[in-house]
Write a protein that binds this ligand. Structure first.
Ligand SMILES: C[S@@+](CC[C@H](N)C(=O)[O-])C[C@H]1O[C@@H](n2cnc3c(N)ncnc32)[C@H](O)[C@@H]1O
Length: 246
């Protein structure tokens, strides 16, 4: 097994693969007024699909769930089957960097904690053509909540230099020609309840079994670090949901 296998083993069974919960998905969804009765939605970086299923329930429409990993595509299918909404789910296993849809295909483009794999600005620029004029784009994205975060938080976020203030993100999306509809910061509980608490439990479960395997220990160490930095610095950063219109 290589490092990626251990990563998938550790993270692949969590209820979510990033911050969020159904109430926050609902809150963002309800900010999109005037949607057609059965909207067509693209969910980029769907992961285990908690928000995909919630979008299927809320919208009554179809959702195209896109993810790079076959394990995540399998999970979103299973989640939709358990909820009895699989008939309105389509899945696409591709790299989001290679996404190509016809112009004006979707009423809504959604991405929770995943657009950063392309980059916020580049990702929003890329999807603009796929959404219908007047359609919505809703993404959650890493933001600084304070202007002077401690060194530990700055070091942790060095691998995503595009993290910025909410105001900076709003400038970016309006610079791309989107109309900002609304935005809100995710509470710290949305990082812990369905993500870091289950992750910490998985770390403990695997510690003994993975002892002495360098690739596995590195994955565990990274997870511990991520949880610990958030525990100390959660008032300095979070995700924010941005709801915008083309
Ligand atoms: C942080 S998780 C968020 C998952 C889900 N939206 C959630 O909030 O639980 C990011 C997801 O993006 C997927 N991903 C990572 N890089 C990708 C890429 N280049 N193209 C498509 N999906 C990607 C990962 O497999 C993972 O499922």
């Amino acid at each position: 097994m290589d490092r990626m296998d251990y990563f998938i083993e550790l993270y692949g069974t969590l209820p979510r693969a990033g911050p969020g919960d159904n109430a926050l998905t609902r809150k963002a969804f309800e900010m999109m007024e005037g949607l057609p009765p059965r909207p067509r939605i693209l969910d980029i970086g769907c992961g285990p699909g908690m928000q995909t299923v919630e979008l299927l329930r809320l919208s009554g429409g179809t959702v195209v769930a896109l993810d790079l990993l076959p394990q995540m595509i399998a999970r979103v299918r299973r989640a939709a089957e358990c909820a009895g909404v699989e008939d309105r789910l389509e899945t696409v296993q591709i790299d989001m960097n290679d996404m190509a849809f016809e112009s004006s295909t979707f009423d809504v483009i959604w991405s929770e904690g995943a657009i950063y794999f392309i980059g916020f600005e580049k990702g929003l620029a890329k999807v603009k053509d796929f959404v219908k004029p007047g359609g919505y784009v809703a993404v959650s994205e890493a933001v600084w909540l304070e202007s002077n975060p401690p060194r530990e938080a700055v070091d942790f976020w060095r691998e995503y230099p595009e993290i910025g203030s909410v105001e900076r993100k709003l400038d970016v999306l309006s610079g791309l020609g989107y109309e900002s509809i609304n935005h809100f910061v995710l509470p710290a509980s949305s990082w812990t309840e369905l993500y870091y608490n289950p992750l910490a439990k998985r770390v403990t479960e695997n510690e003994q079994m993975w002892k002495g395997i360098p690739e596995a220990e590195a994955v565990l160490a990274e997870a511990r670090k991520e949880i610990s930095v958030f525990g100390k610095c959660s008032q300095y950063y979070s995700y924010a949901f941005f709801i915008m219109r083309r």
